[in-house]
Design a binder for this molecule. Sequence first.
Ligand code: MSP
Length: 529
Amino acid sequence: MSDKTFYITTPIYYPSGKFHIGTAYTTVLADTIKKYKKLRGYDSRLLTGLDEHGQKIEEVAKKQGKTPQEYVDEMADYAKKIWKTMEIDYDDFIRTTEERHTKIVEEIFDRLMNNGDIYKGEYEGWYCTPCETFFTETQLVDGKCPDCGRDVHKMKEEAYFFNMKKYTDSLIKFYEENPHFIEPESRRNELFNNFIKPGLEDLCVTRTSFDWGVKVRKDPKHVVYVWLDALVNYITALGYLSDNDTLFKKYWPANLQIVGKDIIRFHGIYWPIFLMALDLPLPEKIYAHGFIMMKDGKMSKSKGNVVYPDMLINRYGLDATRYFLLREFAFGQDAVFSPEGFVERFNFDLCNDLGNLLNRTIGMVNKYFGGTIPKYNGCVNEADSKLEKETIDYIKKYEEYMDNYHINSALEEAWKAISITNKYIDETMPWALAKDEKRDELISVMYHLVENLRKFAIMLKPAIEDTSNKILKQLGIENDELISYNSIYKYDILQENTKVIEKGEPLFVRLDANVEIEYIRNEMKKTGV
Ligand code: MSP
């Protein structure tokens, strides 16, 4: 295996209900980046999991008449099942109730106490139960939680605090020396200027108001604050402080940690400081993506506008769902889900542009060459050399975007290349070449079409692997070298006598827009409570 490692993480999700497409987006994004890195020869590792402690989980379980453990066990099965359906290639699934995690959280807490980073005091503040967060009076917005807008209540308790102030200067220095630590830049600036530079407050890191969590060893009426418990999952999963820390030595620090914009504060401030306190290196990059919004605002059951990934997958297939999620989000920004937008992407991008290109190509190779891909005869016409040059330019751009984790822009470049390939057919008119018996020209056009489709299959592999495999299978391309990224820039490499399939199944079958828009709308309504 390669000695170039790449460690990528998703947040660990609260198992407080079914996952909607927002959660699915984070995971698909991380999975796509992991697969891309693997394709590029990295020994890449993806971690995901569940954040199973806290008051909210305790309450949800109680409502369902279950113990918290029973409830989270069921949810862990559910989560693993949905990620399997979505072909998420995670290497480890961490649950914060697992002993491999809780034992180390206890140990970390003790260490931080012994180092003087954590001290005992008294806390008084406004607590938001759904967000599991305390706020000061000034942080409230119109007397409500600044994050979710719900009611907060006043609470006072004996608590342990983490001495954040001690690390403010080191964090400022780190941000200045690593300007790309947080992306996008706008989020980095927001954190740096509005939260870090003005100075940090010490953070309350225990609770006594509920029971469902990791207990402080020497003072067990205190439960470790869920965020301290949760954040360290990224290292406990690698065996940090355990008997076997081989993975930790190999993969830490993480190369990329993906989070939603709502939790960037925890990952951009507390997390690096916890790591500094433990004397550990900081991750290379934390990337905050935007939110999937609905036309009428946030997804919520009360509005009856939630979209679940399984609904889309069952009806439109996994790749259409993955493609939509990856394509619709501009780097770090919010995206709006609409049934119209989904159907449009399906019909235009997947059916028309990609599906038809494959279909037409296979049809013509069968018609003009009895199904055998002709041998490369260079560029016969200007159209051929133009296609080669432009395609290579798009691949370069694709690669640059993928390397910077701008997945939607990378896919956009892939689709530009697909689009010029479709135009190439219209311009070169192979049917006319066949009629006029311009054999050399016809060979060149057919070869270039197949070759470009091979390149697209490689480019799309991390995002929509099934589709990529189907393309290669229909083209009869099986050789490992031909499906490896190393061969993506080469033209003259298809083997002689490669045979395409006689009659290819369409990759995507065109949707009746009105029917499907109505279908999705109805499914969304069903989610209302
Ligand atoms: N448990 C914490 C994370 C701890 S990580 C050490 C948590 N869980 S969560 O389940 O509430 O959210 C998980 C992720 O889903 C977050 O990154 C959040 O931003 C993301 N999303 C939740 N709703 C979303 C959308 N509507 N759109 C996109 N992502 C969204 O926070």
